[in-house]
Design a protein around this ligand. Sequence first.
Ligand code: SAM
Length: 220
Amino acid sequence: MLYIVPTPIGNLEDITLRAIRILKEVSCVLAEDTRTSKRLLDHYEIKTPLRSFHAHNEHAVVERITDELASGTTMALVSDAGTPGISDPGFLLARACQRKGIKVECLPGATAFVPALVASGLPCDIFHFEGFLPHKKGRQTRLKYLTALAHTFVLYESPFRLLKCLDELISFCGEDRQACVARELSKKFEEVKTASLAELKEHFSQKEVKGEIVVVVAGT
Ligand code: SAM
């Protein structure tokens, strides 16, 4: 069977006891970046061998991995941070396993969008998760669609593009729409700021924006 195992998005304490046990018990851990996951495994004294599974070899290796799983091997899939499949590789393998009748279990655990959404104080009963917007082609079309939604939506954004993203949001939905920038969640310099888009732009224009970022935007 395949276990999909969430790993911390910053604070190394954000991993479940079950996740640690599973990572110890499986035959191998499929990792997006074996060096990043090696550091995590070393931290928890997990000796399980790592194998590479990332966006560039995902298509090529899914068939081989599912054959091994079908023959009785148990593996875990991790990404660099958070839950595999959420803006990370994982979907193709989960789909291939389901199609071949291989059991898939995803452990509950760390992901960046849930703490951002819940801490934002914006309505979180119904929401849309978008993840990363395309950088160029299709970006404006997605923004037009998202900013017309009646409910909250969530974006993943790079610190280098945050101001551009806030400008684009302002141009689609005006300066007064409420939004939240959640930066460096679970880390030393965590910052969760909810305000109008204009106030967020003003705040984040004052110094260089650093770290990992989730943008949460209220609905119409
Ligand atoms: N699989 C991950 C998850 O479950 O959230 C997401 C991986 S995606 C490649 C990385 C993006 O997630 C970052 O660019 C950022 O937008 C968001 N992210 C990850 N860790 C974060 C953190 N500690 N604080 C804020 N955003 C974070």
